[in-house]
Design a protein around this ligand. Structure first.
Ligand code: NAP
Length: 488
């Protein structure tokens, strides 16, 4: 008999899980989605210019090649369209329960009791796929509620608010801000960009696919596969070593500095935009239109510290800036992972308690004390150099390979000694990565532990997640842990 599976979230991860269950003939699953549409981050982030800086031929499922991409780096509406297409093609939409936020998931010794909208249902398996960047982080600046104009977060863009001719203030200058600032600058009367820390920026070699290229992608056998493989290998071979402070680190820095010099002629502005930490420590911004927007006469970059928000605008240590609109491009609550969901494992252990020192999971997927609970895009599986969709597919493959075992032996959890070894390996690998020191980023907890990023190549991750899972897990029997050892 197939296990019943609750999938939480209908973004890239949740849909991938649902599709693979369908393909395996397992229909006993339900996808809980808190919003009224699918797509996750690609539904939420609809700000002007939103798109992915990984080419879509790679930032898409390997099993669902798509010949309709109109450009190398398509914008958000096209990516969302792709996900809608996948949901329909693989017929998983009927299984998604929209407007169904899961408040609680608790293991009762045999099954998971999943509560949504006050109703509790039992499932054998829970797959959490809520993303790392799904909860916007509003800053804690005094006076925010006193502002008399319109304000919103970049991930909750107010499309009813016309920016034409307005004085707009943007707080933050990460990847999201870099994408919408050029668009907003074209509309606004004046734009103040409040930058706390500059980011490294490299060009985005975007190009539209003309009719011939699109025909070729549609009809030339193997072309999409070869193109995808080329992008993948290039990222692995050149970008990963830069993050691991290897041979390409200096090249990446030189490329970013040349981009800055090419696009920003004013030395004073260039100085403001030059970071003092190594590239990759924070997510490198990949964009060719951001710097030119900052050089416009009607745009200025403010680097004074923000003191408070006033009814009329923003007060800094050096002066006051009036604004009609404030856009908070201040990122996400990235290290809190499954919050605010309450997750209770074996023996009433809460996930909050288990993750007190920072979120951690074996392969980023499973944890002791939480049998039959799997995470997609969990702790230490984010990348700064390649496609998250690749990682998600590895994770889904791992979960699929666990299902026959737990059907045979009952609930399974990862062995504590396997988890401990995993943490040691992760810590050792992390020491060579550029994220460790020198900057603050959404990759790490306030205490400095990198909980979000994967420190290896994605090729290594695929290898690790492809190993037969049984030796790493132990069954949880009613009679006690490990009463039955898994088949080897
Ligand atoms: P982010 O990278 O976390 O950037 C947040 C920005 O807000 C930073 O510039 C930060 O400054 C600033 N900030 C936060 N609190 C502040 C405060 N109290 N006062 C002043 N400034 C403050 O967020 P994001 O731009 O939304 O991007 C998040 C991630 O989403 C990216 O790194 C990327 O992985 C992903 N993303 C990807 C794409 C893509 O094309 N693939 C596009 C958009 C987003 P500090 O740097 O000083 O902290």
């Amino acid at each position: 008999m197939s296990p019943s599976v609750a999938i939480i979230g209908a973004g890239f991860g949740g849909l991938c899980m649902a599709i693979q269950l369908e393909r395996a003939g397992i229909r006993s699953y339900t996808v809980f989605e808190k919003a009224d549409g699918l797509g996750g981050t690609w539904r939420d982030n609809s700000y002007p210019g939103a798109g992915c800086d990984i080419p879509s031929h790679l930032y898409s499922y390997s099993f669902e090649k798509y010949a309709s991409w109109t450009r190398r780096y398509p914008e958000q509406p096209e990516i969302l369209e792709y996900l809608e297409h996948c949901a329909d093609k693989y017929d998983v939409r009927r299984k998604i329960r929209f407007g169904a936020e899961v408040e609680r998931a608790a293991f009762d010794g045999t099954t998971w009791q999943v509560t949504s909208g006050g109703r509790t249902e039992a499932f054998d398996v829970v797959v959490m796929s809520v993303g790392q960047l799904n909860r916007p982080r509003l800053p804690d600046i005094p006076g925010m509620s006193d502002f008399e104009g319109t304000s919103f977060h970049s991930a909750r863009w107010n499309h009813d608010h016309d920016l034409t001719g307005r004085r707009v203030a943007v707080i933050g200058n990460g990847s999201s801000a870099a994408q919408f600032i050029p668009r907003v600058a074209e509309q606004a009367g004046h734009l103040h960009v409040f930058q706390r820390t500059p980011n490294w920026v490299i060009p985005k070699p975007d190009t539209a696919f003309g009719p011939l290229a699109r025909l070729a992608f549609r009809f030339v056998p193997g072309l999409q596969r070869v193109y995808r493989e080329w992008i993948y290998r290039y990222a692995e071979a050149t970008l990963y070593p830069a993050l691991a402070q290897g041979w390409s680190a200096e090249l990446l820095k030189k490329r970013a500095l040349r981009h800055l010099h090419d696009q920003v002629p004013d030395p004073a502005l260039r100085a403001k935009l030059t970071p003092d930490y190594p590239p990759g420590c924070k997510r490198v911004v990949i964009d060719s239109t951001f710097y030119p927007a900052l050089t416009r006469a009607d745009v200025d970059v403010v680097t004074d510290g923000i003191v408070r928000i006033t009814p009329k605008g923003i007060e800094t240590t050096e002066g006051r800036y009036e604004a009609d609109t404030i856009v908070y491009a201040t990122g996400f609550r990235s290290t809190e992972f499954l919050a605010p969901m309450e997750v209770v494992g074996r023996d009433e252990r809460t996930l909050e308690e288990q993750w007190k020192g920072g979120a951690a999971a074996y392969l980023g997927i499973s944890m002791p004390n939480f049998p039959n609970l799997f995470l997609l895009y969990g702790p230490n599986t984010n990348l700064g150099h390649n496609s998250i969709v690749f990682m998600i597919e590895c994770q889904v493959r791992h979960v699929m390979s666990c299902l026959p075992h737990l059907s045979a032996t009952g609930p399974m959890e990862v062995r504590p000694e396997v988890m401990a070894a995993w943490r040691r390996q992760l810590d050792a690998a992390m020491t060579r990565m550029v994220w460790g020191g020198g900057c603050q980023s959404w990759y790490k907890t306030p205490e400095g532990r990198v909980t979000n990023n994967w420190p290896g190549t994605t090729t290594l991750y695929r290898k690790l997640t492809s190993r037969p899972p049984a030796p790493a897990y132990r069954p949880v029997q009613p009679g006690g842990i490990g009463a039955v050892r898994p088949a080897r």
